[in-house]
Design a protein around this ligand. Structure first.
Ligand code: ATP
Length: 420
């Protein structure tokens, strides 16, 4: 696949301050790319270099294999349009006049606008829901209305590539989605290539095919939202603790910030090992991570739904191969993990011969004098597939003075209240 746009070892300095350092990536026609990264990481500067508002100190930008520096402004404007971050239009143009400016690359020096130009302008205003504002002076519009007018102006250029710098920043939540859906529609129906700077990681994850994560003017990672929006990457680049859930129905990563500010140190230091599996631990894992506890899990089969949640929350996992019975080696690793923690929680897992060692691990924890919390809304007898061996061991476990609770909230209650 040939690249629609290629950025090759692009470096840029403001004076002596090196902002972009050998940035290289390429964008295929029809791709929808999100540029993400912390404040000051160089996203706007990169867009400005792609748009020839700034010129690279080193490196090149190619549009359809042509070096941008060898293309005239009008030629570029017919293919590439920009929606800048802050749009201050000081003169009192009407909305229609502003959108008509998008036709400038198509109109000769002494020519006036044709019927076709007006047709394209009308269509751009319809798409952006600005037609009803046509006669209004732009200076009297709200920030969000103005943003949509500027998008309409860019669409009137009939570009093949659209660059947008934070197009949703002034918009209320409704229009944010409307703009993102419009961009997606233009991308799908008109094969428009979209490169958009977004601060909202969830919008970026939901709408973009690929994300480019910038850190200090360098590409930290480039890939699908699933590859890029991970707890590890976000913590590395933004320095923030997050948990990543799966957004329904897209299945894309969804970021939730963890605010550990007001959580007591005793809670942050408290280590909890969750013995779970088959989705019995997913909410508890998320809840405990959100509450600042140090969480580990095991033994979990890889690809199990609890394993997936644990992975996305970046917690330690003692893992076994998918669908494999727990091996002696994994069991011992589980005991070693349990040895390090303050509390062990056993969720309502069904037990069979393949995972009976997990019940034995909980029993071992109680024998060691660890605090063990057992979730027991549905008696084990109803989820015992070991011909009674599991149930017998479970009864002994309950007799050992473990804490028996009903659901997640009781586990949390117990752990949080004890730490206050
Ligand atoms: N005109 C300028 N002169 C000097 N330094 C600048 C200029 N514009 C930006 N910078 C600096 O370059 C760095 C990158 O800025 P840039 O605006 O590209 O970052 P950004 O990732 O878009 O940030 P934000 O998310 O805050 O919009 C910042 O440290 C910024 O202070």
């Amino acid at each position: 696949m040939t690249a629609k746009l290629e950025v090759d070892k692009l470096s840029y300095k403001y004076g002596n301050f090196e902002v972009l350092k050998e940035v290289s990536f390429s964008v295929a026609q029809g791709e929808f790319i999100g540029l993400i990264g912390p404040n000051g990481s160089g996203k706007s500067t990169l867009l400005k270099n792609i748009n020839s508002i700034l010129y690279p100190d080193d490196g090149k930008v190619y549009l359809d294999n042509f070096d941008l520096q060898n293309l005239g402004k009008k030629e570029i404007a017919k293919k590439l349009a920009v929606v800048p971050q802050n749009t201050n239009v000081n003169f009192d143009f009407t909305v229609e006049e502003i959108v008509l400016m998008g036709r400038a690359p198509y109109i000769g020096r002494f020519e006036s606008e044709s019927d076709e130009d007006y047709e394209v302008v009308k269509e751009a205003m319809e798409l952006t829901n600005t037609l009803k504002l046509a006669e209004r002076p732009i200076s009297q519009l709200s920030g969000g209305e103005r943003q949509r007018v500027i998008l309409a102006r860019s669409l009137a250029q009939q570009p093949e590539v659209l660059l947008l710098d934070e197009p949703t920043s002034n918009l209320d939540i409704n229009y944010q989605l409307e703009i993102m859906n419009l961009l997606k529609k233009l991308n799908r129906d008109h094969n428009l290539t979209v490169i958009v700077v977004l601060h909202d990681l969830n919008l970026a994850s939901e709408y973009c095919d690929k994300l480019l994560l910038l850190e200090d003017g360098e590409i930290y990672a480039h890939g699908s939202p699933k590859e890029i929006v991970t707890a590890e990457n976000i913590e590395d680049v933004y320095g923030s603790k997050v948990i990543i859930k799966k957004h329904y129905p897209s299945g894309r990563p969804y970021v939730t910030m963890l605010d550990n500010h007001y959580i007591p140190e005793t809670q942050l230091d408290h280590q909890v090992h969750i013995i779970c599996g088959g989705g019995t631990g997913r909410e508890l894992i998320e809840n405990l991570v959100e509450q600042g506890f140090q969480v580990s899990c095991g033994v979990l089969n890889e690809q199990d739904s609890d394993w997936e949640v644990a992975k996305s929350c970046d917690v330690e996992i003692v893992a076994e191969e998918p669908f494999a019975p727990i091996s002696q080696e994994s069991h011992e690793a589980n005991l070693a993990a349990i040895k390090e923690v303050d509390t062990v929680v056993l969720t309502e897992i069904p037990f069979g011969s393949g995972n009976l060692l997990n019940l034995k691990a909980a029993f071992w924890a109680a024998e060691q004098g660890k605090e063990v919390i057992v979730m027991d809304q549905e008696r084990l007898s109803k989820r015992d597939y070991t011909k009674g061996e599991g149930n017998n061991l479970y009864k002994k476990l309950l007799d050992m003075g473990v804490i028996v609770v009903g659901d997640n909230y009781e586990v949390l209650d117990k752990l949080v209240k004890d730490r206050e």
